[in-house]
Unconditional design. Structure first.
Length: 331
């Protein structure tokens, strides 16, 4: 990843002197669904909601400050050395020789922390897109990915890209390789919707990674490879049935599902009500289902939330198509 950062330094060095003309910018970055059932650490896609917002302003005094964080119930640090947004922005500024610039950041969490929906990556991507916009840097947004991965490394101990890449680029992405970093944007069928339900239970990402098996049987590996290939093929062929058949995980889901109350009952409810597929979003506890239309996605979200209410678990629900745009300036 250091080589990727060096490339950004070469391409963006001109912005160290130009620095753009904007004084402030307000950016939204989307939530993401990582793994997409069978694609552990290599597949992810962005959704329209929820997401996070960053307001970034220039200030005269050099250095980065965080003046406000909302929507986090006091859980996130205001210390710029400990917050994923400011840390990733600082890495970016260091790479282009503008480490002495003065910035103030407001972070507005519009999505649950620890939801399995890429909460930290949405915040980080919003911050990086904000500084890119503020400085008038028109290089390829893909160049921000190594810095976003630095934020993920701080958040969960592992700099994976299956959340930050779709949040940054929009759409469906495949992480073909991490060394060297090679990210491929994939097509997706028009009309494909996602029903997402976040049960109000705690499944920390670090702990969810620790329970995954380090060794697997060859027959399970072959099954997983076939499903990943089938899912990618289904996306390119616009074949929703193939997508549904391919979204099966024999490696990670059997273990992580134990951390999510009534996971298999929720799958049954989703499939009985028209879901194409069902699985865990990221490390959980959020679950998601693909559907062929918005109305089915709304119905499944309602049914799943009602089931959780019946077993005395609160939840948030979201319905969205796949977000093709990624982050955007909203003010």
């Amino acid at each position: 990843m250091s080589n990727d950062i060096q490339e950004v330094k070469k391409e963006s060095s001109s912005y160290a002197t130009g620095l753009g003309s904007l004084e402030s910018v307000h950016v939204f970055a989307p939530a993401t669904v990582a793994n997409v059932v069978c694609g552990f650490d290599v597949l992810g896609f962005a959704v329209n909601e929820p997401g996070d917002e960053v307001i970034m302003r220039r200030k005269d005094k050099p250095g980065i400050t965080i003046s406000k964080i909302t929507g986090d119930d006091g859980r996130l640090p205001l210390d710029p050395a400990k917050n994923t947004v400011s840390v990733s922005v600082q890495h970016y500024l260091d790479s282009i020789g503008s480490s002495d610039i003065g910035l103030d950041i407001e972070l507005h969490k519009k999505m649950p922390i620890g939801s399995g929906l890429g909460s930290s990556s949405a915040s980080t991507v919003a911050g990086l897109f904000a500084i890119k916009t503020l400085l008038g840097d028109d290089t390829d947004p893909m160049k921000l990915l190594p810095f976003a991965m630095k934020g993920e490394e701080m958040a969960c101990g592992h700099g994976h890209a299956d959340n930050v890449a779709p949040a940054l680029l929009g759409g469906f992405v495949l992480i073909r390789s991490y060394d060297p970093l090679d990210v491929v944007r994939l097509p997706s069928p028009k009309g494909l919707y996602c029903a997402i339900v976040f049960p109000d239970v705690d499944v920390p990402t670090r702990e969810a990674r620790q329970i995954i098996r380090n060794k697997i049987q060859m027959k399970d590996a072959v099954t997983q490879w076939g499903n990943i290939a089938g899912l990618v093929s289904g996306l390119f062929m616009q074949d929703v049935d193939l997508i549904g058949r391919s979204m099966q995980d024999v490696l990670v889901e059997p273990v992580r599902s134990m951390l999510i109350p009534d996971f298999y009952k929720m799958r049954e409810i989703a499939m009985e009500n028209g879901a194409v597929s069902f699985g865990i979003s990221g490390s959980g506890p959020s679950v998601f289902a693909f559907t062929r239309d918005e109305e089915t996605a709304k119905l499944i979200t309602q049914k799943l939330q009602q089931h959780l209410t019946n077993i005395k678990i609160g939840s948030n629900g979201y319905v969205s198509p796949i977000n093709d745009g990624g982050p955007k300036v909203i003010g």
